[in-house]
Design a binder for this molecule. Structure first.
Ligand code: DGI
Ligand code: FE
Ligand code: FE
Length: 398
């Protein structure tokens, strides 16, 4: 098979990337072209790159209807920034029967000789370089001849029709200005996730916008549970003198990271330097609480510390929780969609009377459940919370 590789950050993927892939495939009779994004850079100062999660989703949307143009997670799966030379070497080892073509934009070729091990790249792949219809710079021609002479290879040119689009232009211009530069589905993704468009960067999403967003991100049953928690939390907030809008917002957001797999949760924490405990390493699904608080702050731009903390502690609980924290912790357990937990009727009645008692009973049931499932380690916060609330409510009658 003849396989083209188009690497890059794809932040975001745009029509020039696609034209490059499609034209390379046609002009060099390739069987497939792989769009292969690079992982998030490890350095903090480069954190401006959009999360790999979004970049990946946009590429998948962009190639959906293109025959033979595919997303590849080959470099992402290596988990750290790799050199093109290593990637191509590895690909060739894994697929010795395939012939590889490495596709480059006309600008990047100029720096090619400064890349790590150009000799290795040229050993395992043929370079194909975009050539703009209108002008192709003398500098580019010079560089190409010099590479061809030095390494005794032939570099292919890909003719391109349209003028070049740049991802950085897209990142820094308004939605109106970039609409034509990306496929329709990508444009809609950018807008609904509020990517790039600088003027929106720091404004909090409204609760309706978050609800819409989560309705497409979460599985239907999880989304229904989310609405149940928000509604229950709001009613409890009214009862116990907590701001009901905050409770509703925290309820809507509490499981907002639940669509991530355990591996994705671990990856997110590693990339964003969110510390994880030994118990969380053993039971990574617990991390959806920390990851949720992270998304609430950095994706939905929630700044209210009480809301963030309620999301953060909703799974394990902890000693001495604020009323909002207790409300989210409890609403999660008793919302109308829950049916499997024991004593629901009793707990739901209690939710109109005594918040601390309710917290205690839910902790007790959780610890009991976890002890019965001896495979599950109990988080230290859960145990501390249990001790704390059992002392606190001792002797109270309900
Ligand atoms: O996300 P939800 O399913 O709505 O609810 P949740 O965030 O309370 O998570 C519920 C799961 O978390 C349930 O299976 C019990 C488990 N859990 C709660 N505390 C602990 C715990 N699991 C472990 N391993 N250790 C804990 O301390
Ligand atoms: Fe949860
Ligand atoms: Fe939940």
């Amino acid at each position: 098979m003849k396989v083209g590789i188009l690497g890059g950050t794809f932040d975001p993927v745009h029509k020039t990337h696609l034209e490059l892939a499609v034209n390379a495939k046609k002009q060099y009779a390739l069987d497939r072209v792989l769009l292969m994004p690079t992982p998030d850079p490890p350095h903090k100062d480069k954190n401006k790159i959009t999360e790999v999660f979004h970049r990946t989703r946009m590429i998948k949307l962009a190639v959906e209807k293109l025959d033979g143009i595919e997303f590849s997670d080959f470099e992402l799966s290596m988990n750290e920034t790799t050199y093109t030379a290593d990637t191509l070497h590895l690909l060739k080892e894994l697929h010795p029967e395939d012939e590889f073509f490495f596709i480059m934009g006309s600008d990047s070729i100029i720096y090619f000789l400064n890349w790590y091990r150009p000799d290795v790249i040229l050993k395992y792949a043929t370079l194909l370089v975009a050539k703009r219809k209108d002008s192709s710079s003398d500098k580019m021609k010079q560089v190409i001849s010099s590479i061809e002479e030095t390494y005794n290879v032939k570099i292919g040119l890909i003719s391109m029709d349209s003028t070049e689009i740049s991802s950085s232009y897209i990142r820094t211009h308004s939605y109106g200005e970039i609409q034509e530069m990306v496929p329709k589905a990508v444009y809609e993704y950018i807008v609904s996730n509020r990517l790039y468009n600088n003027c929106n960067v720091n404004s909090a999403w409204s609760v309706n916008q978050i609800t819409d967003h989560l309705s497409s991100l979460l599985k239907p049953a999880r989304f229904t549970h989310t609405l149940g928690v928000a509604t229950t939390a709001k009613a409890m907030a009214e009862r116990f003198g907590v701001n009901p809008n905050k409770a509703y917002m925290a309820g809507i957001l509490h499981d907002c990271a639940k669509y991530l797999s355990e591996q994705e949760l671990l990856d997110l924490c590693r990339r964003k330097q969110i510390p994880i405990t030994e118990t969380e390493r053993e039971a990574p699904y617990l991390l959806h609480a920390k990851a949720g608080a992270y998304f609430a702050e950095h994706r939905y731009h929630i700044t209210d510390e009480e809301i963030l903390s309620a999301i953060r502690w909703h799974t394990t609980g902890k000693p001495d929780m604020s009323r909002l924290e207790q409300i989210i912790f409890c609403a999660d357990y008793i919302e109308p969609g829950r049916t499997r937990q024991p004593d629901l009727e009793f707990l739901r009645k209690l939710s109109g009377k005594d918040l601390e008692c309710l917290t205690y009973h839910i902790l007790k049931d959780t610890v009991c459940y976890l002890k019965e499932n001896s495979s599950k380690t109990i988080d230290a916060h859960t145990l501390d919370a249990y001790t704390y609330y059992s002392d606190k409510v001792e002797g109270r009658s309900v």
